[in-house]
Design a protein around this ligand. Structure first.
Ligand SMILES: [Zn+2]
Length: 493
């Protein structure tokens, strides 16, 4: 058998500066996609899953802008036309595995995954089964579900099982292609918009939801999706979703999906988070007797599409004279300033706060340039183990007690190699700032003595009341605290 593989990936923060163009997307064409084999990545899992089953993976186009502002209409349609064209030209196919995110919006396409799935369906016709792999933060749309046979979604946040879930998708797609199973899906979307920080799957309530989903998979379902959703995509389809796929039992799929939705709805208040004010967080981190203390810069959560140049914590670390603190900021102009000063030189610059008005003011710094690097490293994992990353030219500048890492491109933290590759030993730091919500736990969790989630300003803030929502469905919790929802009753109970 032959399965086409490919996809278009973006987690779209519609509040962030946009539109972003084609150049925001990593683009792998044809055989270049196969470089992701044997990585802990969805595309890698799709390749390996096919090969393990004796199926030929036929690479098409894989385009990935990670997380950003809204992709432009031109960028999206150009990529979708190419993906569809390459699938059409791939020769006889027995299936298609699409690597998608689930929380992508594009200009003119607020539910981009539904647009992609329907287009691919139109290309391959009704008889070639399609599987989709999604991120845990997917905002799942019914049109996408209707257009495909199989959907698998990470069960973990931080994401540890990307490849595993894609292998599951390939295996279920193979059984579908052979006529062994007849997948039928039901999607439940209670009116709730939890923030990423409340979706950590290693603690309640999402740990319990995942456990319930796994119990369903052992007894009744082919695969079960618990998707926390992505609230910073201001689109009608935003919010948590629960998707159950059974083998030819639509009523059972419906009752199981509704049961998960009911469990999520009744535990929603436990998904609220309250974060520490900036000044207090820095004071507590400095006073903590035994680092490393992780200061989580929730407002500038790069994995949630923020610019990575938020300065609230840098300004406060310098003001309170923190020692052995490290912080990464994306600022192309400041990198250039450091490069001009050269290694060993003194650089003066205004750092960060340049992309928009949400992430603080530029901070004046003066410091010694400790290193300049090409910013390339390979993830040690767990998330994306084996996947290379390019931060652009990167400078390490010592500003008083703060080791400031300046990168050209925003790079989501979560992997110790980001610092180790620059000669910075994470475990030797008193304070490490991570611009994240939960993803940081993958790499930094094992070395963290304490974590303080900081109420920094920015487009990843856990306080959704700060955002000018216009397109999400209303009422929705927590924007409308009095939202009522009548969970469907359990038949027979
Ligand atoms: Zn995610």
């Amino acid at each position: 058998m032959r399965f086409a593989i490919g996809g278009i990936v973006n987690e779209t923060n519609t509040f962030a500066t946009g539109p972003v163009g084609l150049d925001a997307f990593l683009q792998l064409r044809g055989e270049a996609c196969l470089a992701y084999a044997r990585t802990n990545h969805s595309l890698g899992g799709a390749i390996d899953g096919c090969r393990d089953l004796g199926i030929e993976p036929v690479p098409t186009l894989y385009a990935d802008a990670f997380a950003s502002g809204l992709p432009s209409r031109t960028a999206f349609t150009t990529l979708l036309d190419e993906l569809a064209g390459r699938i059409a030209d791939a020769g006889p196919l027995d299936g298609v595995v699409l690597t998608l995110h689930g929380a992508m919006a594009a200009d003119g396409h607020p539910d981009a995954e539904s647009t992609i799935a329907r287009r691919v369906r139109a290309v391959v016709g009704p008889d070639v089964p399609i599987a989709v792999t999604l991120d845990f933060h997917a905002n799942i749309g019914q049109p996408m579900v209707d257009a495909v046979e199989i959907v698998t979604t990470y069960d973990t946040y931080p994401h540890r099982d990307e490849a595993e879930r894609a292998r599951e998708a390939a295996a279920l797609l193979a059984r579908t292609a052979r006529g062994e199973i007849r997948p039928t899906a039901a999607l439940a979307k209670p009116p709730m918009l939890p923030v990423p920080q409340g979706q950590h799957t290693e603690v309640s309530p999402f740990r319990d939801l995942i456990a319930a989903a796994h119990a369903m998979e052992r007894r009744d379902a082919l695969t079960v999706t618990v998707a926390g959703g992505f609230p910073y995509a201001d689109v009608p389809v935003a919010g948590a979703g629960f998707l159950v796929i059974t083998d030819g039992e639509p009523e059972r799929a419906r009752s199981l999906a509704d049961a998960l939705a009911r469990q999520a709805w009744t535990s929603r208040e436990a998904m609220r988070v309250r974060n520490t004010p900036v000044e207090q967080a820095v004071a507590e981190a400095i006073a903590y007797p035994d680092g490393s203390v992780i200061l989580v810069d929730v407002g500038d959560n790069i994995g949630g599409g923020t610019p990575g140049d938020g300065t609230a914590l840098l300004a406060e670390l310098l003001r309170q004279r923190a020692r052995r603190a490290v912080m990464v900021i994306a600022d192309r102009a400041a990198v250039a300033d450091a490069a001009r000063a050269g290694v060993g030189g003194i650089v003066e610059s205004m750092v960060g706060g340049k992309t928009d008005a949400w992430h603080g003011e530029p901070v004046p710094i003066q410091g010694r340039v400790g290193a300049i690097s090409d910013g390339r490293w390979v993830h040690e994992g767990p998330e994306w183990a084996g996947v290379p990353v390019d931060m652009g030219t990167t400078a390490v500048v010592q500003v008083d007690g703060v080791t400031l890492v300046l990168t050209e491109k925003p790079t989501a933290p979560g992997d110790l190699q980001q610092l180790k590759s620059l000669g910075i030993e994470p475990a030797a730091q008193q304070i490490i700032v991570v611009k994240a919500a939960v993803r940081w736990r993958g790499g930094y969790g094992p070395i963290a003595k304490r974590a303080i989630h900081v109420d920094t300003p920015g487009l990843g803030s856990a306080d959704l009341m700060r955002f000018p929502f216009r397109h999400v469905r209303r009422p929705i919790w927590p924007l409308d605290p009095e939202t009522a929802w009548a969970p469907p009753s359990i038949p027979g109970s």
